[in-house]
Write a protein that binds this ligand. Structure first.
Ligand SMILES: [Zn+2]
Length: 417
């Protein structure tokens, strides 16, 4: 019989931090609405900075509002190993999305310092800004994009939130200078590991607490607009219509069916449709809808997209509709670093935490960080696979198990063996 290894992480510590963070922007019993640069968000980042200080970390805030806590290494000139996630939430979302990765990172570094003192390589825990785009619809990955230098100088002036406030105003409200966003860019990060809740059903289905991400899905998001001719619903014969709703119905059911027939892991979603004029007795003039198509396999993604686009053009042509296809975002799948994945797998084994390798169907800050660093992710089981909802839940035991794996992996990477 094998003994359960001693745990480095006290589950109580993780649980109480999650509960304390959830107070900032609490909605109802379990929900959180913590929008970037809001007073609740500022209070949460202050709490994070305080925990970093208490854990013996050196705290810095960058010009976009990311909070960094460093455990300085003996070889301070080497590139750093960073871990963390985002502190903003959906509106409202749950208490674990993003927050668990921030708590896990701070806990990991504080525990490593307590047990082993200074590392060889500098470790950093980071609490990132606006991953969700829940306040500013076009500002997703704001914090991680600032770090990799992918925010344009004019972008803060251009962006406007759902509340009508511009990014410039919101940043000033939080005590930040929007003119200095570019200064958040850095080139000293070698490794980035993000711990995050799975937000899907696979770990629960496999009855495992922890997943190790091997790749993050690629995607393309379209806005498809079909223009026809509005007319009377009673007097226009079917064979004389240019009906964009008929075309949209055919395309929507076609793209969903294509993804279904191609099988896992590809997925296609039509989540939004705008009908003009949207009247009961009028053939619409225009139907616009979004298509979100994803696959973590580069070839499968290309095939899926090619089939979707061919269908759109074929239907529009046959039904004499004007098609306009706008690509809003497009990203190839991102591979996690195989050596890092192996280090995390070994950490899970050493901790006695059962884990499996898997794919992330959701996008994450780690995907941005992949442009400047080697990356990997640790996933923790989500109850019922539910996320982006106040019903999101992860047990304390699972949250601690994931944090344990993260901590041991960081130990392997930053301390001499
Ligand atoms: Zn998240």
């Amino acid at each position: 019989m094998t003994e359960t290894p001693e745990r480095w992480i006290d589950p109580e510590r993780v649980e109480s931090a999650i509960a304390a963070l959830a107070e900032h922007g609490a909605r109802g019993e379990t929900g959180v609405a913590r929008l970037v640069y809001s007073p609740e968000w500022v209070a949460a980042q202050d709490q994070v900075a305080a925990w970093m200080s208490e854990g013996g970390l050196r705290v810095e805030r960058d010009t976009v509002g990311n909070v960094w806590g460093y455990l300085d290494g003996r070889q301070g000139d080497l590139p750093i190993i960073a871990t963390g996630s985002h502190i903003d939430s959906q509106n409202p979302g749950g208490r674990f999305d993003g927050a668990l990765g921030v708590v896990a990172g701070i806990t990991a570094l504080a525990v490593l310092r307590e047990r082993f003192g200074d590392p060889e390589r500098t470790l950093a825990a980071v609490s990132l800004v606006e991953e969700e785009a829940s306040r500013f619809p076009a500002a997703n990955f704001w914090g991680s994009r600032a770090i990799i230098g992918r925010i344009g100088t004019e972008e803060p002036k251009r962006l406007r939130g759902y509340d009508g406030v511009t990014m410039v105003e919101a940043m000033r409200d939080a005590g930040l200078d929007p003119g200095l966003v570019q200064d958040a860019k850095r080139d000293d990060i070698d490794t980035f590991i993000e711990l995050h809740i799975e937000q899907g059903p696979f770990l629960e289905h496999e009855n495992l607490p922890v997943g190790i991400v091997e790749r993050i899905t690629g995607y393309r998001q379209y806005l498809v607009t079909l223009e026809g001719a509005a007319n009377h619903a009673g007097t226009t014969p079917m064979d004389m219509r240019r009906d964009p709703m008929a075309g949209a119905a055919e395309i929507i059911s076609g793209v969903i069916d294509t993804a279904f027939r191609m099988g896992r892991p590809c997925v296609t979603t039509v989540g939004r449709a705008i009908v003009t004029p949207n009247e009961r007795a009028v053939i619409p003039q225009q139907v616009a809808f979004t298509v979100d198509a994803r696959s973590p396999l580069p070839e499968q993604r290309e095939t899926l997209l090619a089939r979707h686009e061919a269908l759109m053009f074929e239907v529009a042509e046959r039904r004499d509709l004007k098609l306009s296809l706008r690509v809003d975002s497009d990203r190839q799948p991102v591979m996690c670093d195989p050596a890092l994945v192996e280090t995390i797998a070994q950490a899970a084994t050493a901790a006695g935490v059962p884990a499996m390798t898997m794919t992330s169907g959701a996008v994450h800050d780690a995907m941005q960080m992949a442009e400047i660093a080697r990356i990997a992710m640790v996933f923790v089981r989500s109850a019922g696979g539910i996320s982006h909802s106040p019903d999101e839940f992860t047990t304390t035991e699972d949250a601690a198990a994931g944090t344990e794996v993260l901590t041991r992996a960081l130990h392997t990477l930053a301390y001499p063996s």
